[in-house]
Design a protein around this ligand. Structure first.
Ligand code: GLU
Length: 210
């Protein structure tokens, strides 16, 4: 169970999210990744199996522009450590970004159901079913909030999840089911963060007037 960092505000998201991931490195991880919602409304993903500094170097080389970002440090439970399996994950239509700490104990049944509906998966993780279930709800006309809540009801096990919708540049959704680490939220009026641990949000807590 590793690290979650989400940021929305008036600054470029990726340096803040990566700084947050660095502050969570002490928890241990095998890979990391980030998704940023760009001004055109597309989610851009970057992933690395190295250290957070490798992720940071690769994003700095080809920056992802946008003020909403979600990042994760992964400790693999389902699927090997690899770029494909690193979070954030997206669903069938690429509309959502999901980061997750914990284990979806019934992921095989859920994945089978989604495969039967024609969904194509790009990772071996249990996490990816969460993204697909949310998109299934969205495809049937439900709001993100409804789809997110209904997805929660289908998951067995303990989870901390943060997710964003490429159609909404001012919201990150988060939930905690059982005990898979924390979800903490902080905002100072212009910026907000959602993280699995307090140290990741020190930059905005320490700079309340930013
Ligand atoms: N079960 C998820 C995975 O294997 C999340 C692991 C974690 O908590 O980092 O990707």
């Amino acid at each position: 169970m590793c690290g979650i960092v989400g940021y929305i505000g008036n600054k470029q998201a990726w340096p803040i999210v990566i700084d947050g991931l660095r502050r969570l490195e002490y928890r241990g991880y095998d890979s990391s990744g980030i998704a940023v919602l760009d001004p055109a409304g597309d989610l851009k993903f970057r992933k690395s199996t190295g250290k957070v500094s490798d992720l940071s170097a690769s994003v700095a080389e080809s920056p992802v522009d946008g003020m909403l970002g979600l990042g994760h440090t992964r400790w693999a439970t389902h699927g090997k450590p690899s770029e494909n399996n690193a979070h954030p994950h997206t669903g069938h239509g690429g509309r959502v970004a999901v980061v997750h700490n914990g284990i979806v104990e019934n992921f095989i049944e859920l994945k089978r159901e989604l495969l039967d509906k024609g969904h194509v998966f790009s990772s071996e993780t249990d996490t990816e079913v969460i993204a697909h279930l949310i998109e299934l709800g969205l495809d049937s006309g439900k709001s993100f909030e409804e789809s997110f809540r209904e997805t929660a009801l289908r998951l067995v096990g303990s989870q901390a999840i943060a997710a964003s919708d490429s159609y909404e540049d001012e919201k990150i959704y988060a939930m905690k089911l059982g005990n898979a680490g924390g979800i903490v939220v902080s905002h100072n009026g212009e910026e907000g963060m959602v993280c699995s641990d307090l140290p990741a949000m020190l930059p905005i807590i320490r700079n309340p007037s930013a």
